[in-house]
Design a protein around this ligand. Structure first.
Ligand code: ADP
Length: 275
């Protein structure tokens, strides 16, 4: 019989076999949205932080959960150096820019590589979803690690996820992995809100658009899988600079054209969930 999912490894197919899972909601939030990417370096964390800040700007109460256990970026992107307090039962999220944040990077030395095995990842995720004192939130934005590994599986099977957004660049090599990601969320019954084409082009001083990583691939993939295409975010050096100094562009320059793209997206997400 023809293999319906040639992109998925045999191990992943076994893991994805239908099982009945009890999905727990994260206590303290109404909705949980995953930001996922198939590959690292496509701008997933940049997207997660800026989307969180854009949702805050339109009066949502937002939490940011950095579930990228192997390469947490939220501490740097939000400029957070402190450790979360604990009352012995629950960890207090750290509040920055009016957003409740939690990251494995708050608890570990950031220069030490994380060598974690599956069960440890699962247990860290359980801590972050069940043992953090998230308070009164409309949305938790989860910054997932890249790929289709244990974190995605644990979240999708055990946590009530209300939606996922997949971020990619238009490069062919990234798109192959995107297809794998779409199939994983579809199989696990997580609603994909749509695909975002990040770093889709660079606009030069001459006003011309340069398609550094190719053109139209993310939109085409969205169409192929019958998912919504949520739009393009151009390459802009300001995005990188703001992330590097711990104040993402939406917070640093809310009037910037890139910030406006995020605000539009935030409005769209808000109106999808909050009537
Ligand atoms: P990921 O989480 O997918 O690994 P990051 O969010 O860390 O990716 O982004 C990778 C790099 O690309 C960072 O240096 C970030 O500042 C930069 N970057 C992301 N999006 C943009 C953009 N739209 N324009 C310019 N630089 C970007």
């Amino acid at each position: 019989m023809a293999d319906k999912n040639p992109e998925l490894s045999d191990a992943m197919k076994t893991k994805l076999k239908p099982k009945i899972f009890k999905k727990n909601p994260i206590i303290g939030t109404k909705f949980t949205i995953a930001i996922s990417s198939a590959k690292g370096g496509v701008g997933k964390s940049t997207f997660a932080t800026n989307l969180a800040l854009a949702l805050k700007q339109i009066n949502c109460k937002v939490g940011l959960l950095d579930a990228d256990i192997y390469g947490p970026s939220i501490p740097k992107m939000f400029g957070i150096n402190e450790k979360p307090k604990s009352d012995g039962q629950k960890l207090e999220p750290i509040k920055k820019y009016d957003i409740q944040c939690m990251s494995i990077g708050f608890l570990t030395d950031q220069q030490t590589p994380m060598i974690w095995r599956g069960p440890m990842v699962t247990s860290a995720i359980k801590t972050f979803t069940q043992k953090v004192n998230w308070q009164n939130l409309d949305f938790i934005i989860v910054d997932m690690p890249p790929g289709t590994g244990d974190t995605q599986l644990t979240f999708s099977q055990e946590i009530k996820m209300d939606g996922a957004i997949i971020v990619s660049t238009p490069q062919q090599v990234a798109l192959l992995d995107v297809k794998r990601g779409i199939k994983m969320f579809d199989k696990l019954g997580v609603k994909i809100l749509g695909l975002v084409d990040n770093m889709s082009f660079f606009k030069g001083d001459d006003g011309k658009k340069y398609n550094i990583f190719g053109e139209g691939g993310v939109k085409k993939t969205a169409e192929e899988f019958d998912k919504e295409f949520l739009g393009e975010i151009p390459i802009n050096p300001e995005v990188g600079k703001s992330g590097d100094v711990g104040k993402p562009i939406v917070e640093a320059k809310p009037e910037h054209e890139i910030s406006k793209i995020y605000l539009n997206l935030a409005n769209k997400i808000k109106s999808t969930y909050i009537k």
